[in-house]
Design a protein around this ligand. Sequence first.
Ligand code: OXT
Ligand code: ADP
Ligand code: MG
Length: 583
Amino acid sequence: MAANAKGELGEATETDDARELTDGFHLLIDALKLNALDTIYGVPGIPITDFGRLAQASGMRVISFRHEQNAGNAAAIAGYLTGKPGLCLTVSAPGFLNGLTALANATTNCFPMILLSGSSEREIVDLQQGDYEEMDQLAIAKPLCKAAFRVLRAEDIGIGVARAIRAAVSGRPGGVYLDLPAKLFGQVMEAEAGAASLVKVIDPAPRQLPAPDAVERALEVLRSAERPLIILGKGAAYVQADDRVRELVERSGIPYLPMSMAKGLLPDDHPQSAGAARSLVLKESDVVVMVGARLNWLLSHGKGKSWGESGSKRFIQIDIEPTEMDSNVEIAAPLVGDIASCVEALLGGMGESWSPPPEEWTRRVSEKRETNLAKMAQRLGADTSPMDYHSALAALRTVVKERPDILLVNEGANTLDFARSIIDLYKPRKRLDVGTWGVMGIGMGAAVAAAIETGHPVLAIEGDSAFGFSGMEIETICRYDLPVCVVVFNNNGIYRGSETNPSGGGDVATTVFVKGSRYDLMMEAFGGRGAQATSRDELLEEVNRALDSGKPTLINAIIDENAGTESGRIGNLNPQSVVSRKS
Ligand code: OXT
Ligand code: ADP
Ligand code: MG
């Protein structure tokens, strides 16, 4: 297809003026491709249907979803895995709003993504005259993402895309909104001028070197430590400086604690891992080096009971975002810069003769770890019927150990928290989960993007509630024939399936689902394979079969409905009424 002088689309012929003219559709495609952005996750419709077609015709991969939120979550995970902004394409107003949750979530997690959304006509929207899907999308997106832009003229598409890319990946990565009014796509201009208007973004995420005095300050604090700890966050996994980060840990000899999505950055069975000694190292350490992790709720804001005596810690924090420093507690040695450069600078300053931490400290950490590992091994040994979380996850732990290249997607409450501590990861960026917001619904979008972007098989371990937020995308998984094995931990509900209505009658309890649901049959409805697993052995066999086949599979794993706890491991955040009164 090519554009005629009026911007209408027609079949390309030898004689038409495709070589002389271009339009908004083609310029946008060319601008993305020029910057090596070749995959779009989205949902088609007015005004971007033809854009999707033309993008596909141009050789781009355009993956259509059933709901924009899942497409957006896929784009965000694509951004996390590749370091390039993941692209999500939505229609105006409702489609845009559906994608917006994912854009905000990407921004919260510091994942680079661009939400490209068609929008209605400015002249009508701004006068609120009731256009089709009327909404001032730019204004709505602005507070929820890192940057938001609108392109009104075809000749500005190149610049608009360039700005979006730079905003998404430079400094602290995040979500960017690009508003594309319907009329823009049909605008026609000379092809030569159009090509000249495109921008190839040079060095989109430039290195940011830490100041030498800041490096020296950090080393001084570190040298004085008696009980040092390194905390690795998903920022450290994102930057793909895996060897340098590992060298920092190993050369320093300091125990390290991986945050959830940083698991596997160094293999979880690494002798310096303090993952299984979490409480001890948080409480007892005296100097903590934060590498691409924030002192937010997931780390109790760096203070309180779990951090030991107040004032007992000094923090060194490596982060590209200067305002992250002192966000919750005083940072004794802020190291502002990109992680690769900061780690490099620390290694340079440490030299080859760095003294490891006192043996008494590393021994205590090891002892605690071994005690917890032994306790865990005992619990994993118990093969219960019906399966509890440990019983089922023991099988999946073995699968991941034997197949370290697969990507693990994980959401739920108990399903999330138990899987996090039970399943070891051995390679970087293999664990994709609910992230900073603890949001349900990332599952199938993340699974699709993980399969598309890496080509490796995906194992998605999903609470039955969590799965429901994006479950319809198993049709997408079947449509693209992706090597995704979904295991639904079916405990008949949220946290536990055994609750009853406190009034003693009426509706079922608010946390309970249809008992004995057959999620496996949903997969069969779309041509994938469905299976049930009632025991650990069955689960192991079915998952291995699925991963060997590389075919879309859903395994309905029956979990004891009494086994979970309210809100998993974060029950402390769930306010409970202490007032008893008759309603
Ligand atoms: O050191 P100690 O002794 O303390 O021991 C620790 C470790 O050292 C040790 N450990 C180990 N031991 C041995 N071996 C190994 N390998 C090992 N590794 C660790 O184990 C303990 C614990 O370690 P851990 O896990 O590292 O530490 P801890 O203390 O848990 O860490 C604290 C946190 C905060 C970092 C951690 O807990 C964490 O990352 N938590 C994230 C929690 C989270 O995000 N949860 C999701 C949200 S819950 C809730 O909001 C839900 N909703 C509401 C909702 C949401 N979220 N979103 C939307 C859009 N709408 C609604 C809903 C609807 S969950 C939910 C659905 C739930 O139902 P499902 O059916 O899906 O799921 P089920 O519950 O299964 O039914
Ligand atoms: P976790 O949840 O694993 O603790 P967070 O998402 O809280 O991790 O923190 C990630 C941090 O990594 C953010 O503060 C972000 O600014 C930082 N970050 C991201 N990319 C870089 C980079 N290239 N260099 C330095 N810091 C980075
Ligand atoms: Mg459940």
